[in-house]
Design a protein around this ligand. Structure first.
Ligand code: NAD
Length: 484
């Protein structure tokens, strides 16, 4: 087990660690016991971080050559790679994911994102634009755009994949020349606090990256309202996203909002059912189901329905629930007691509304915030099929025609991602075009690779992260014209 007694748990502002006026205690979700005492940033700490980040933006970080910025991002990636086991352990300790998955998937995703955007740092170009001159007059005008950084940006991060999701914000923001203030989630700050130590070790100019652990309603709200911050990049719940959008409007801040989901996984009867069941089960149970893209609505052709129900039942019962540090564990605890109780309440609601509990449906005996992987047979109008549960609970819903499958998939407030399982290539493309979502995976999950844009439509959010979209979203085009 990892020793966290030497980890800095204060406020990281201007390259130094500071104590906060208030602190709060986090719990180990696998045991329910106290884990760490963290600084709780307040509005005056936000002021101090904005001031440090502004100084770095106008000073040392802003003045650094683009290739040097890229080199520092690569250096940070090297240090994360060196400490991958430690970062994985900190994150799993905090939020409950099996540590092997953290080390093999989530932290490597951060490394890949840092390296991808390190490559972009010296390749951010404006355009030379042919034009008609003043009011279409005959005066020749040389015109171009400069792609400039925004300034100080804030990254507000959830607890379900702290370092991976932070990377999607931090890496493009820095590559474009911005400075960053990070607000980790209350329940999972440790891996991000360790990353701050690595930022110092990498040699970033002080103030380029700042970390403010704390409570969302206090520190997060102060960030959204602060006039010195040019953009809020937020990943979290739809309700918080709405509050951030309203608060950001006060100062006309840019926002990128990556919010909740209720992803459909459509399984056609021509699909490779073995692969579909295995992939669908992963979409339900990976990360304890605490995934924005979790495929919690399993929409199955009636001819494949019984086989899918049986397969998902077997996959759920094969999950090994337990200590995230035991190598045989495939599902850890949920992040906290509130989340555990919320998921259990949804299970009860589902049964109350007539869903058939195929397997699971309760919490195992003992300490920690565990719940059973649960498969329900139901319909798309049940609460469990309409609302995001954020736990390992799937609802299997039958359909008869392609049109019905599309209608069921789109009949939800969310539109983050979807998965389509079919061996018919025409059907795959036709259905992909008709589903309302930011990302569609055919015969497998969207890989969340740094090159691929990610984000949702409808109540799943506004804006895209990753890929070239990430560069566009952290820069502002400025038009310069010169009358010749
Ligand atoms: P949350 O909205 O409760 O918290 C997210 C972050 O916002 C935390 O850092 C929190 O402290 C902060 N926050 C809370 N209130 C705030 C306020 N008023 N102003 C500013 N910041 C505030 O979400 P969560 O429970 O941590 O995460 C789970 C949610 O995140 C789920 O809905 C999930 O679908 C979503 N999520 C989305 C994606 C995506 O890519 N779309 C990825 C992961 C998680």
């Amino acid at each position: 087990m990892i020793d966290i007694s030497t980890l800095n748990t204060g406020l990281y502002i201007g390259g130094e660690w500071h104590d906060a006026r208030e602190t709060f205690t986090t719990l180990n979700p696998a045991t329910g016991q106290p884990l760490a005492e963290l600084a709780a940033a307040d509005a005056s700490d936000v002021d101090a971080a904005v001031s440090a980040a502004t100084t770095a933006f106008r000073g040392d970080w802003g003045a650094l050559a683009p290739s040097r910025k890229g080199a520092l991002l690569n250096k940070l990636a090297d240090l994360v790679e060196r400490d991958v086991e430690q970062l994985a352990a900190l994150e799993s300790l905090d939020m409950g994911r099996p540590v092997g998955m953290s080390a093999a998937m989530m932290i490597p995703n951060l490394i890949a994102t840092l390296r991808y955007y390190a490559g972009w740092a010296d390749k951010i170009n404006g355009e030379l634009i042919a034009n008609d001159g003043y009011l279409g007059g005959p005066v020749p005008t040389h015109a171009y755009t400069r792609r400039e950084p925004l300034g100080v940006v804030a990254a507000i991060v959830p607890w379900n994949a702290p370092l991976m999701i932070l990377g999607w914000k931090l890496a493009p923001a820095l590559a474009c020349g911005n400075t960053v203030i990070i607000k980790p989630a209350e329940d999972a700050s440790l891996s991000i606090l360790r990353l701050a130590e690595l930022v110092t070790e990498a040699g970033f100019p002080p103030g380029t990256v700042n970390v403010l652990p704390g409570v969302g309603k206090v520190a997060g709200e102060a960030l959204a309202l602060h006039p010195g911050i040019k953009k809020i990049s937020f990943t979290g719940s739809t309700a918080t996203g709405r509050a951030i959008l309203q608060n950001s409007a006060v100062n006309f801040k840019r926002t990128a909002l990556e919010l909740g989901g209720k992803a459909p996984q459509i399984i056609f009867d021509d699909a490779n059912l073995e692969a579909a069941i295995q992939g669908t089960a992963m979409g339900l149970f990976f990360n304890q189901g605490e995934v924005c893209a979790a495929g919690t609505r399993v929409i199955v052709h009636r001819k494949a329905y019984d086989a899918v129900i049986d397969g998902l039942k077997g996959a759920a019962q094969a999950q090994v629930i337990g200590d995230p540090f035991d190598p045989s564990t495939t599902m850890g605890p949920l992040v906290n007691e509130r989340q555990r109780d919320r998921v259990l309440e949804y299970m009860k609601t589902g049964a109350g509304e007539g869903a058939d509990v195929i397997t699971g449906g309760s919490a195992p005996e003992g300490p920690g915030f565990f719940v059973e992987p649960t498969v329900l047979a139901g319909s798309n109008d049940m609460t469990v099929a309409r609302e995001e549960i954020f736990g390992p609970v799937g609802v299997v819903i039958p359909f008869d025609t392609d049109e019905e499958a599309i209608a069921l998939a789109n009949d939800n407030q969310y539109g983050l991602s979807a998965t389509v399982w079919t061996s018919d290539v025409t059907r795959a493309h036709t259905i992909s075009a008709k589903i309302e979502a930011g990302a569609i995976g055919v015969n497998g999950w969207s890989p969340l690779a740094p090159q691929l844009p990610w984000g949702g439509v409808k109540a799943s959010g506004v804006g895209r992260e990753l890929g070239y979209e990430g560069i566009l979203s952290y820069t502002e085009p400025k038009t310069v014209t010169v009358v010749l």
